[in-house]
Design a protein around this ligand. Structure first.
Ligand code: FES
Length: 570
């Protein structure tokens, strides 16, 4: 086979001289990089992204595997999107990171790529970019942190932070204890320990066939994480020789497997947006409604926070993703091909669950099916909205209440934190202008904090609606991703405080009980906010971002574009 990298390293004259000479200047003999698969190791490493800070170390294990298999590794840094430090939200930069990765792959002498990811957005960004470039690629996620432990109890990332924060507001936890818990929740390298977005996307890349079987759940500090990285380094060299590209792996069948797996693991609502965006890059027709349809007969089997008890370490010990896939094998496309070169069915042969308290059996104690992320429609959300059923309160799934509307998260927080705010628990809290275009970037603020006086009385859930996202570590009866968003004129912009809102989960319906004539009149009076004139990347983002029901990708990035060798300008 002719290697793509040979267009650089085996070129004649001054062009080849230039490429070889400067590569040798890094200390490499030229027989190392000529005639061998050149493997990029795209490491989203940064001290500004704490969940990914160990990925440079992990890259050394990948390199060892590449060398062993007869390839030549080039490690390069990519934009690291740290969920915790970036403002206004890391999601604003997911598409930018994907573009950077795509263009770094396309513009350099690479034959294959290992994608080192971890924190929430880094995994979908890398997959989106590599899918567009369509060179052989394999994902290695950084693994979750060690389990959190605080005063004798196991505590999970995000989930227990939200609980502690409510406990402080309720006056049952002191601010000093709250601070003391900080270093007990986050104890080591790695991403969040709960089935939040990072864990979800790690598991779903495995279900999609992009990550080696059994690797997604392994903790960051477990020696097996390095072993999987080394195996991935070996495997990517073989993938180059087999020319096994994302376009062969990321088929409609693979996405259906991932959608169903997301229900089985109790995965994050953010997976909906990321899978839609990834499918868009792959040119696979996947719609928001597919998530509801495909998820209806799938039980949630994994008992992890935020909706269950355990953390990723226990999930890994119980058998991880292969054990879950084996449990729902009859619902999967078992002939889908994966990065290992084997099918999903071949990979889960012999997969075993070692702890039924962590991964339920469908035969022994069948949980109710269809309790993953459902899709709602109605006159508030004509293009859809999502609700994570397993994270919601059963008594709020059929609810009628008066809306209390906020135009910004700042005005919401200011109002709800007042000790004298008067809110009835039956009210529906509505936040708008927090969608992809409006905020911009669609922040994770949809799990709106409950009114302080009600928290002090012990209330722990209310119906909340927004065009925002929420952290995968969150819980509650929270309707998210309302599309179209308010800032582009979606009907959420027309809801007024005092309107009756009706949520009916059985009918998958979310409506405001206002006549069409009245809504038309409100639309006539509605004026969009002036969000122009910011320039730079934010302007590019606003000019091209798609709505949540299309994955919030850029319109000009849809469809795979491949990896032909760029022109040489020297
Ligand atoms: Fe990085 Fe949760 S903050 S994975």
């Amino acid at each position: 086979m002719t290697l793509r990298s040979s267009a650089w390293f085996e070129a004649n004259g001054k062009v080849g001289f230039y490429h070889r000479s400067h590569t040798k200047s890094e200390g490499f003999p030229d027989d190392l990089f000529q005639g061998k698969p050149v493997i990029g190791i795209a490491a989203s490493w940064s001290e500004l992204a704490p969940c990914n800070v160990h990925l440079h170390d992990l890259a050394q294990s990948v390199k060892a595997g590449v060398w062993e298999a007869g390839g030549f590794p080039f490690e390069f840094p990519t934009l690291a999107l740290g969920e915790t430090l970036m403002r206004p939200t890391a999601m604003l930069y997911r598409n930018l990171a994907s573009m950077e990765i795509e263009e770094l792959i396309r513009s350099n002498p690479l034959d294959g790529v290992v994608l080192l990811t971890g924190c929430d957005k880094t995994t979908p960004a890398a997959v989106m970019g590599a899918t567009s470039a369509d060179l052989p690629c394999i994902v290695v996620t950084g693994g979750p942190m060690m389990n959190g432990r605080f005063r004798g109890k196991t505590v999970g990332s995000g989930t227990d932070l939200w609980r502690f924060a409510e406990d402080v507001r309720a006056g049952v936890m002191t601010p000093a204890d709250f601070v003391a818990s900080e270093s007990c929740v986050s104890r080591s390298n790695g991403h969040c320990t709960t089935m939040g977005t990072a864990s979800t996307m790690a598991c779903l890349t495995e279900a999609l066939g992009l990550q080696l079987p059994g690797s997604a759940a392994v903790p960051a500090v477990d020696a097996a994480r390095k072993v999987f990285a080394q195996l991935a380094g070996r495997r990517i060299v073989a993938m180059v020789r087999e020319n096994l590209c994302p376009s062969q792996i990321l088929t409609r069948d693979a996405f259906e497997n991932a959608v169903r797996t997301n229900v089985a693991i109790g995965g994050s609502t953010n997976a909906v947006i990321h899978l839609l965006a990834m499918a868009g890059r792959a040119g696979v027709a996947l719609s928001l409604d597919d998530f509801d349809q495909l998820g209806r007969d799938v039980p949630t089997l994994v008992n992890l926070k935020p909706t269950g008890e355990f953390l990723m370490d226990e999930f890994a010990s119980a058998g991880g993703v292969p054990a879950v896939l084996a449990e729902i094998a009859d619902l999967l496309h078992l002939d889908a091909i994966t990065v290992s070169g084997r099918t999903v069915g071949e990979q889960i042969e012999g997969a075993h669950c070692w702890d039924r308290s962590v991964i339920s059996s469908r035969q022994q104690s069948p949980p109710p099916p269809g309790n993953g992320t459902i899709v709602l429609h109605g006159n508030i959300c004509p293009d859809g909205a999502v609700l994570k059923l397993s994270a919601a309160s059963p008594d709020l799934l059929h609810h009628r209440g008066r809306a209390r509307v906020f135009d910004s998260i700042e005005s919401f927080n200011e109002s709800m934190d007042r000790a004298d705010v008067s809110v009835d628990p039956s009210e529906v809290l509505v936040l708008r202008n927090a969608g992809p275009y409006g905020y911009p970037g669609m922040p994770e603020v949809g799990n709106l904090a409950l009114p302080k006086p009600l928290v002090r009385e012990g209330l722990r859930d209310m119906v909340r609606i927004s065009d925002a996202r929420m952290s995968g570590t969150s819980f509650g009866t929270v309707v998210l991703h309302v599309a179209p968003e308010a800032a582009v004129g979606g009907p959420l912009a027309l809801v007024e405080t005092g309107d009756w809102v009706h949520l009916d989960v059985d009918r998958r319906a979310l409506n405001v009980e206002v006549s069409d004539a009245e809504l038309s009149e409100r639309r006539r009076r509605w004026k969009p906010r002036d969000l122009s004139g910011q320039g730079g990347y934010v302007q590019l983002y606003r000019d091209h971002v798609l709505q949540a029901d299309h994955g919030a990708d850029f319109d000009f990035l849809l469809g795979s574009r491949g990896h032909s060798v760029p022109r040489q300008s020297t």
